[in-house]
Design a protein around this ligand. Sequence first.
Ligand code: AMP
Ligand code: ZN
Length: 430
Amino acid sequence: MFWQKDIELMDKEQLRNTQLDCINKEIKIAKRSEFYKKKLSNIDKISSLDDVKNLPFTTKEDLRNSFPYGFLATDLQNVIRLHSSSGTTGNPTVVFHTAFDISNWANLSARCMYTAGARNNDIFQNTMGYGLFTGGIGFHYGAERLGMLTIPVGPGNSKRQIWFMQNFKTSVIHILPSYALRLFQTVEEMHVDVKRDLNLRIAFIGAEPHSEEMRKKIEELYNIKAFNSYGLSEISGPGVAFECECQSGLHIWEDYVYPEIIDKDTLEVLPDGCEGELVLTTLQREAMPLIRYRTRDLTKIISEPCACGRTHRRIARITARTDDMMIINGVNIFPIQIEKTIMSIPEAGRNYIIEIFENNFMDKLCIKLEIDNENFGGTLRDLEKLQNRLECELKQEIGVTPVIKFVDAGSLPVSDGKAKRVFDLRNKNK
Ligand code: AMP
Ligand code: ZN
């Protein structure tokens, strides 16, 4: 019912021509904003996609510095919605939408869900936060556009989530990966058998970094297929890139954004297949076009054809953000490397945090990990063995031996929103 065949299978040449037209339209609209009027003062149009690399970048700082209306490219009377980032310092980044933008985004998220196999006879439970955060409301509109019965439960209240799933036979769920693991604790406490008592078949997981191992764990626990969903509020929200049924990379919708990968240090554009920072130019936005927006997310473009037949290229799972990297005694480590190792050991629990502190002028990495009671038989000796195994495997993965501390299931801090995993306590001790 929501198969946008003409767009999704568009011939590559036609897609590139469309992109060029759209970029030139976006430049024209963007120049109505205070920010781009200055930034693009000597550019009116480009003559080929090769010229995109000569356009200036836009950064998160630019958005912050232009708070509140510096990026608005239309009259206020045309704007119907504002979203804002969850940033904790400085001005938030604000994004505006016209009715066309909202409708377009709904089509895009409906397309994503259809791509992953959702249909209008599905029951869709949305556990993402509603409000300024785009996760909840973005897919809500898409799910309705697709025609699913949509249950806007929002985040938290795990017992109620399961109650809805049981009573309304929820078949598709939209959920943060960290919350999916946590919610399973309640599934166990309520003695719910996922095969017998639930009707779940698909989960859309995203909004925060997660490893392939975490996806597998979620799929196994709930007996479902979980699809990676990528987006960011600056570009609209969820729906920017999404996995199809092949689950091998996320189709980045090239009619909606023009993607580039750059070297984050030299800022040079990298060829497909090389990992770097994802840069996006909006192609259809009215209220607030963005030209070459630096997402800070690290990935690569996969240009080989996908078995599903869609022509839009894919991006690899986001491995990290450029600002996620931890430097421990000079060694560069990304949190996802730690998660990957933890999730591949079945006895290790489902929730963890990483603490960095200083001892005798040396950085120390401590991983606090909940124990999975179900998989862990539990003598003290077994615990020691598990600790040694984790230390060894982590040392191999990250080159640093961490301190492992086991804690009771359910005792680590949790939030209704994206999981906060890393706590850097180094400066506090100085
Ligand atoms: P927000 O604008 O607050 O929704 O945050 C967007 C950011 O969340 C992105 O720039 C990514 O860093 C992160 N993010 C969103 N989706 C994913 C995903 N599927 N995998 C990894 N990180 C993600
Ligand atoms: Zn595909």
